[in-house]
Design a protein around this ligand. Structure first.
Ligand code: SF4
Length: 298
């Protein structure tokens, strides 16, 4: 069995910086992170072990200091947090901030705001939170349901596949030929790199293993991209999720991972796959006895 790794995979700088900030601040003062810092249960469990609190509801926060995640939030939400007397630490990724600023500029120019993204996703909730009536679309059917406007100002969730975003912008232009459509490409560079590396990997492999949290949007998008180019794709959260019967001795197996997957989890999956390959070469080694790597956030 041959193992290949995507050229770009795993933690992006936005997630890495947010985790470092949370860990540094938590050594200084009790901190509550508002919402999931990343969509990865392993990372969140590690943060809890370090004494960092995680709350979805502002009313449940009991610490003075509140941290906003890399996904960002709206100015209205920030004002709410301040009004409750909390000190705010913002780990908002600069590329999410860029998406906020791009949408604000389009609205100032008189365009009706539209976000291409997943309704209810925390980043999209933050992006739309300051613009009443902002539309969120993710399909041609969503666009069909929009009323006509003189001008649409369009940005996208940072983790959407850029090909889908461009196709939907083209469709919006065709659907409303009388309207002006101003589009700012706010898909982030790490997402673009991971998407294109996953595509190139999937084309070369018999099986692809995609590592990432079940709730991670960019991981699910990597799975969908790989499935377009490879018939056998498995989404796992940890090395322990791997099953030996997914693989054959002659397979070329590719590994990629979402932006919220820690290096240690990727290393654990690769180690287990390596052990599977070795066990085929020396069939007397039972895979169940092989060591499982331990998790630690890098
Ligand atoms: S996925 Fe992109 S926008 Fe989101 S935190 Fe990472 S670099 Fe920033």
């Amino acid at each position: 069995m041959k193992l290949l790794r995507a050229d770009h995979l795993g933690f992006c700088f936005g997630v890495r910086d947010a985790l470092t900030l949370a860990q540094t601040e938590a050594q200084r003062t009790p901190v509550t992170v508002l919402g999931d810092l990343v969509h990865n249960q392993t990372v969140l469990a590690d943060l809890r072990e370090r004494g960092i609190r995680l709350e979805r509801e502002l009313s449940a926060v009991t610490t003075d200091t509140v941290m906003i995640t890399a996904h960002g939030t709206s100015e209205r939400r920030l004002a709410e947090v301040r009004a409750r007397g909390h000190h705010i630490i913002e780990a908002t990724c600069p590329l999410v901030r860029h998406a906020h600023e791009s949408l604000a500029t389009l609205v100032k120019q008189g365009c009706h705001p539209v976000v291409i993204g997943q309704k209810g996703h925390v980043e999209v909730v933050g992006l739309t939170g300051d613009f009443d009536g902002c539309d969120v679309v993710l399909s041609e059917a969503d666009i069909d349901a929009l009323p006509a406007r003189p001008c649409f100002g369009v940005v996208s969730q940072t983790t959407q596949p850029v090909a889908r975003v461009r196709a939907l912008v083209d469709y919006l232009r065709r659907r409303f030929p009388q309207s002006e459509v101003r589009f700012r490409d706010t898909v982030c560079q790490p997402t673009k790199q991971r998407q294109s590396a996953a595509e190139s990997l999937a084309r070369r492999c018999d099986v692809v293993v995609v590592i990432g949290g079940a709730q991670s949007n960019n991981t699910r998008e990597l799975v969908a991209t790989c499935q377009r180019h490879c018939r056998r794709v498995h989404h796992v959260q940890l090395a322990a999720d791997l099953r030996r019967d997914w693989f054959h001795p002659d397979d070329t197996v590719g590994v990629t991972a979402g932006t919220s997957t820690p290096d240690s989890v990727i290393a654990g999956v690769e180690l287990t796959l390596q052990r599977f390959a070795e066990a085929w070469e020396s069939p007397r080694v039972p895979v169940s006895t092989l060591p499982q790597p331990e998790f630690a956030v890098a």
